[in-house]
Design a protein around this ligand. Structure first.
Ligand code: PHE
Length: 471
């Protein structure tokens, strides 16, 4: 059916939308990245700064994205264009960010999927060898590639079925399941003898390790985890009915996302400390430390490990599906393409970037673009530059280029519901957020070691901005 010409797609129910939006937010960001960033940035202090950004910046931006998306009834680029063509580039930047994040996300998603099976086929039999095992696995050429492709295929199949029949349906099953699964793991973790030190690590802030880059890491993580700054929540908002309460939904989604990040930390750190392991190991944390912990638990460890990696895979899937949807929605709305064709085109490109990223861990590790391998190229550009700048652009757009009455109208459903904090939200979004992001971004971006990459990222945004009206 030619959807692009007819009625635009929409969510089937409120709960379906919440599950899909929370599904987008809750992902590798919460369970893979949040714990390792917490581990490398000193624990509690990082978490505290992160929470301040989530509530002080993230929640307002999510509200703004929902409002703009639903008002325009169009995905990112089209929505900006409708209100002010000088901002079309902000939407296009979002589509580009989606491609870039999808350049590395399915690689990690593939690892998670692989570990579901590896948990029962010997991964846990020798706990001392788990680190080497991970290293050998991700640097080999064929195996991780195959898992990545299976993972991507699942995304393509879900998104091809549409907003309601695919994304919403899948999220409604996957989201509640992963909650239950992680809670089981968290309970096991905090009931281990010696778990207290882990709880202390995450809840007792020690500011001695905090630097400028801690702030950028926390801000980038807030945007990444809440799926903000790249038109994803804007797109999901565009499929929302006029009756929905946007401010309330933004709050629910933000709280759900944050709770999963905290549950993940509670699942990991107490067990980590109970087994006397090192928290600051970086991106391998979930794939090395977590299985080592399970390996030391005996039989139950195998079951917990399977549960953990199933939950991780489900969380990742509902997120990458939303990334693919950002591109697909752009092709449908702006390029008048049909859904299936858009999915195949976007998915096809993601297969190529995914292959490059996966191989950059091993066979192609010598190939550098602007000083880094493919995986890091996609990761650093989005995490350190695009999402934060994208968030700043939406705040500026909403605060300075949209009519205040229109925003009020949208957020109160034409005056039928209350938004007591409207003035606060509006002023924070208009004045405080752009400055806050500006300060953190300038300080943080300056500290990126890869100067060439940094200049490239900024230049790309400037070029897009100059040609905005032509996009
Ligand atoms: N929020 C997702 C996660 O935490 C990642 C994501 C970022 C998804 C941006 C969509 C848009 O894993």
């Amino acid at each position: 059916m030619e959807k692009s010409q007819g009625k635009r797609e929409s969510w089937g129910s409120r709960i379906g939308f919440i599950m899909a939006a929370a599904g987008s937010a809750v992902g590798l960001g919460n369970i893979w990245r949040f714990p390792y960033l917490t581990g490398t940035n000193g624990g509690g202090a990082f978490i505290l700064i992160y929470l301040v950004f989530v509530l002080g910046v993230g929640l307002s931006i999510m509200t703004a994205e929902f409002a703009v998306g639903r008002r325009a009834n169009l995905a990112a680029a089209g929505a900006f264009k409708k209100f002010n063509p000088r901002f079309t580039f902000a939407g296009v930047l979002g589509v580009l960010s989606a491609f870039f994040i999808m350049g590395f996300y399915p690689v990690v998603g593939g690892w998670a999927l692989a570990y579901v099976f590896k948990s029962v086929t010997g991964l846990l039999s020798n706990s001392a060898a788990i680190g080497d095992y991970f290293g050998t696995f991700i640097t080999s050429s064929i195996e991780p590639l195959v898992w990545m492709l299976i993972y991507l295929l699942a995304n393509i199949l879900i998104v091809a079925r549409g907003v309601q029949g695919g994304i919403e349906k899948a999220s409604k099953v996957m989201m509640p399941s992963l909650y239950v699964l992680f809670i089981i793991i968290a309970i096991r973790s905090i009931t281990l003898p010696g778990a207290g030190a882990g709880l202390e690590f995450i809840f007792k802030p020690d500011f001695s390790q905090v630097t400028g880059s801690t702030f950028l890491a926390a801000l980038g993580q807030a945007f990444f985890s809440l799926s903000l700054g790249m038109g994803c929540m804007l797109t999901y908002g565009s499929y929302l009915s006029k009756e929905e309460n946007l401010q309330k939904n933004a709050l629910i989604v933000t709280l759900m996302d944050t709770s999963v990040a905290l549950i993940a930390a509670i699942a990991i750190f107490p067990a980590l400390f109970a087994f006397g392991m090192e928290p600051a190991v970086g991106p391998g944390l979930v794939f090395v430390v977590v299985p080592s912990i399970f390996a030391q638990m005996g039989g139950i460890g195998v079951i917990l490990s399977v549960i953990f990696f199933i939950a991780l895979t489900l969380a990742a899937l509902t997120s990458s599906v939303s990334l693919l949807e950002v591109v697909v929605a752009y092709l449908i709305d702006e390029r008048k393409m049909e859904r299936k064709k858009s999915v195949n085109l976007a998915g096809g490109i993601m297969v190529i970037t995914g292959i490059l990223s996966s191989l950059s861990m091993g066979a192609l590790s010598g190939v550098k673009i602007l000083g880094v391998g493919f995986f890091d190229f996609f990761d650093i550009l989005t995490d350190k530059i695009f999402l934060a700048i994208g968030g700043m652009l939406i705040a500026i757009f909403v605060g300075w280029f949209m009519k205040k009455e229109d925003l009020k109208d949208e957020l109160t459903n034409g005056g039928t519901i209350k938004f007591g904090l409207f003035e606060l939200w509006y002023n924070v979004t208009k004045y405080i957020i752009p400055i806050a992001i500006g300060v953190v971004a300038v300080a943080g971006i300056m500290s990126i070691e890869q100067t060439a990459l940094m200049i490239f990222g900024i230049a790309l945004i400037v070029v897009l901005a100059i040609f905005s009206k032509k996009l």
